[in-house]
Design a protein. Structure first.
Length: 388
């Protein structure tokens, strides 16, 4: 994977880094969505300074029932443990087939509007098991091989799912796939298994458990997201070294797991997924199951998953209050527990490669124009700074 660019971090940040970002954003300012100033970028990387000592979380080992803290002396020491953590989490989530090979894709109808080619696809994620998706690319001739950065866009809990995400229900802020394709990205919008050829959520969970006994619903979501990555990189026009992921609500949960377990994703945005277990319905049978609430001394937390994302840049959007709000100040403990892993990478390799960023917009469980603007600016900044 190509090294990520030196976007400034809050530790030891120097003005030259902000000048670089400012020049980059000004160059994009011909399109209104890119008119963000460097001030908000600084805002989302300074969340750590506002944490009180009692809010700071602890990064603990998944096999330590006492939640003992784990100290890592350097990046090398962390890497020795990282693979063990992944194995422990995989064991808990339950087995799923291997990913990484191009899936069979049945291309269905296509249409072109608003400068974007929309293609419906039915992807065979495993033998006899299918996933619907919409693939969007810029509508222009002779797209060069490997020239387009790719995005996996994961939809929230809505019956409009991939149609809304791909812009088939309008071009509002939640049509994230459409907006990214208009900016030169190849985007795949996969349908979550909860809506795939089933009448309701319980039916989807029952069908999954019959196929894969003992495997959690979140493992199925992770598997399908990785198969979406497999499908995306199989397109000749996609550059596999410039892949990002974005999602709101349910989609944000999938972004967290996808980035933790799939290093092909080089940057991401997770909006209002609910990082703490207590913040949202992680105990639902289609996520981690009711055992999550019955095991108060569970030896795992999402601090580890965030640590597995390091050193890649991840922006988390939180709504703080209001109906359904999932991330906010309650997320700071977990964020503070994971963030030092990014610090190890900077310290050992003398680089500022990526950061764990957080924006608490305080507007509740929404994804509106301001959230869209920052998402687009974040993704484009990282992708373009790593262009050939």
């Amino acid at each position: 994977m190509r090294a990520l660019g030196p976007v400034g971090h809050w530790i030891g940040l120097r003005s030259i880094a902000w000048i670089s970002i400012a020049i980059f954003l000004v160059a994009l300012d011909a399109r209104p969505v890119h008119s963000q100033s460097p001030a908000w970028l600084e805002e989302v990387t300074q969340w750590r300074e506002s944490i009180a000592p009692e809010q700071r979380g602890v990064l603990f080992s998944p096999w330590d029932s006492q939640r003992a803290s784990v100290e890592f002396a350097d990046w090398s020491a962390w890497n020795k443990v990282r693979s063990d953590w992944i194995a422990q989490w995989r064991e808990w989530l339950g087995p799923m087939p291997a990913t990484g090979m191009p899936p069979a894709i049945d291309w269905r109808e296509s249409d072109t509007f608003e400068g974007v080619l929309h293609r419906r696809a039915r992807i065979e994620v495993e033998p006899g098991v299918f996933m619907d998706a919409v693939v969007l690319t810029p509508d222009r001739p002779n797209i060069a091989v490997g020239s387009l950065p790719g995005v996996v866009a994961l939809h929230p809990t809505t019956n409009k799912n991939i149609d809304e995400l791909s812009g088939l229900h309008g071009d509002g802020p939640r049509a994230i796939g459409l907006h990214l394709a208009q900016r030169g990205f190849a985007v795949i919008c996969p349908k979550c298994f909860l809506w795939q050829d089933v009448p309701d959520f319980p039916s989807a969970v029952d069908l999954h458990r019959r196929r894969h006994p003992g495997t959690l619903g979140m493992a199925k979501m992770l598997f399908d997201a990785q198969r979406a990555v497999d499908a995306l990189v199989s397109l000749p026009e996609v550059d596999p070294s410039r892949l990002t992921a974005v999602g709101h609500s349910l989609g944000a949960k999938e972004v967290l797991y996808l980035m933790a377990f799939d290093s092909r994703i080089s940057a991401g945005v997770a909006s209002e997924g609910g990082i703490p277990f207590e913040a949202t319905n992680w105990e639902a049978p289609w996520y981690l199951g009711p055992e999550l609430r019955t095991q108060p001394e569970r030896p795992w937390s999402h601090a580890q998953l965030l640590a597995l994302v390091a050193p890649r840049p991840l922006l988390i959007l939180g709504g703080e209050t209001g109906e359904g709000a999932a991330d906010g100040n309650r997320s700071l403990g977990i964020l503070s527990a994971a963030e030092p892993i990014w610090g190890l990478h900077r310290q050992d390799l003398n680089r500022q490669e990526g950061c764990l960023a957080f924006w608490n917009h305080g507007q509740g469980h929404i994804f509106d124009q301001k959230q869209l603007d920052r998402t687009l600016a974040w993704i484009e900044a990282w992708v373009n700074l790593n262009s050939p």
